[in-house]
Design a binder for this molecule. Structure first.
Ligand SMILES: Nc1ncnc2c1ncn2[C@@H]1O[C@H](COP(=O)(O)OP(=O)(O)OP(=O)(O)O)[C@@H](O)[C@H]1O
Length: 307
C-alpha cells in the first residue's frame, strides 16, 4: 500500500532549481533511502514532505490524500541533521516535553519515554542534564523523540552520525522493528554501506533531479558489469592465455571481467582444464557507492561526499 507519493515536485530559490520535477512513491513499511551528494536537494525535499516549506509546483499525497501539514505533522516523525535541544533541561524531562509537543498526555508521554529509555539503555540518564550528553547520547534522545508518538512516516537524516557501533546497531534494530510494525522510514545519508544494508528501495537525487530509483537489488543488477570473483586452492597457475580480463590477482583470489557474450561456464571450463581447484566462483555486483560515483561524477554536483 502506497503511503507517500510525490508528484512533479518543484522548489526554486530565486532562479535556482533546488528540486526540479521530482516524483516517486513509497509503500507502507518500506525503508527508503533518499540519496544524493551535498546540495542535491534532499533537505529541500524533506522539508516539503514534512510541511516545513511548500512546493512551488507539484503535489504530495499521504495515504492517498493531499498532504495537510497542520493535520499530518502528528503522523510524521522527523529527525533533522541539525538538532536543537534545551541544554539546561533534564534528559527525561526533555523527552517528555518533546512527546507532549506531539500531542501525548503527560502520563502517556512519561510511560512511552520510560519504555524507550529502557530499550535504548538510557534509564540512568533520566535526571542528568542535556548539556552532559555525549553526541551519541543526544542522538539517541533525538531518535526517541522522533519515533515515540508512533508516526506512520519517520524521516531520519544521518541517524547514525556520532554513534559507536553498538549504539548504531541498537538504533538499526529499532528501525527494522518500526518498519516491521508498519511505519515507513525515509533514511537520508551519505553512508552507502548503511544504505545497502538497511534500505529496501532508494532514490538518487542530483542537481535537484531524480536520476535513479528502484530496489537496492534491482539497481545493483541494472549496473552489473560482468565482474566475477574466483577463489582457487592451488596458486601456481599461469593465466596468461585466459579468455577473460584479469582485473586483480592476489594469490588464490582473482577478480575477472568477462565480455558480454561469454558465459560463466566457459570460465569454469577453462579453470578445470588448468586443473584449478575451485573453491568459489561468484558474480561481483557493483556497490551502491560505485554506481553513485559513476552517475554523479562529471555532473557539476557541488561536491562529492560519498563514503
Ligand atoms: N533557503 C534557501 N535559500 C536559497 N538556496 C537554498 C535554500 N535552501 C537550500 N538551498 C539551495 O538548494 C540546493 C539544495 O539544497 P539542499 O539543502 O536541499 O541539499 P541537500 O541534498 O540536503 O545537501 P546536503 O547533503 O549537503 O545536506 C542547494 O544548492 C542549496 O544551496
Amino acid at each position: 500500500m502506497e503511503l507517500l507519493k510525490l508528484q512533479h515536485l518543484k522548489k526554486y530559490f530565486s532562479n535556482h532549481k533546488a528540486v526540479d520535477d521530482v516524483s516517486f512513491s513509497i509503500n507502507q513499511g518500506e525503508i527508503f533511502g533518499l540519496l544524493g551528494p551535498n546540495g542535491a536537494g534532499k533537505t529541500t525535499l524533506i522539508r516539503m514532505i514534512t510541511g516545513i516549506t511548500y512546493p512551488d509546483e507539484g503535489e504530495i499525497f499521504l495515504d492517498g490524500r493531499k498532504l495537510n501539514p497542520s493535520k499530518d505533522t502528528a503522523r510524521i516523525g522527523y529527525m533533522p541533521e541539525e538538532r536543537g535541544l534545551y541544554k539546561k533541561m533534564k534528559v527525561g524531562e526533555h523527552a517528555v516535553f518533546l512527546a507532549r509537543l506531539k500531542g501525548l498526555s503527560k502520563a502517556d508521554a512519561t510511560k512511552k519515554v520510560q519504555e524507550w529509555f529502557s530499550k535504548l539503555h538510557m534509564e540512568s540518564w533520566w535526571n542528568k542534564k542535556v548539556q552532559d550528553l555525549s553526541k551519541g547520547m543526544s542522538q539517541k534522545l533525538q531518535f526517541i523523540s522522533t519515533v515515540l508518538h508512533n508516526p506512520s512516516l519517520i524521516i531520519l537524516d544521518e541517524p547514525f552520525s556520532g554513534l559507536d557501533p553498538l549504539n548504531a546497531n541498537l538504533i538499526k534494530d529499532e528501525i527494522y522493528n518500526l518498519a516491521k510494525n508498519g511505519s515507513t522510514v525515509i533514511f537520508s545519508t551519505h553512508r552507502m554501506e548503511q544504505v545497502e544494508e538497511i534500505c529496501d528501495k532508494i532514490v538518487l537525487i542530483n542537481l535537484g533531479k531524480k536520476i535513479l530509483d528502484g530496489t537496492v537489488k534491482g539497481v545493483k543488477q541494472q549496473y552489473r558489469d560482468n565482474h566475477f570473483f574466483i577463489k582457487i586452492r592451488n596458486q601456481n597457475i599461469d593465466f596468461s592465455d585466459a579468455p577473460f580480463e584479469i582485473i586483480k590477482h592476489n594469490n588464490s583470489e582473482i577478480i575477472i571481467r568477462l565480455n558480454e557474450s561469454m558465459p560463466g561456464n566457459n570460465v569454469l571450463r577453462y579453470l578445470l582444464e588448468k586443473e584449478a581447484e575451485i573453491e568459489s566462483f561468484s558474480e561481483l555486483l557493483p556497490s551502491l557507492n560505485d554506481i553513485f560515483i559513476k552517475l554523479v561524477n562529471g555532473t557539476n554536483a557541488v561536491s562529492r561526499t560519498f563514503e
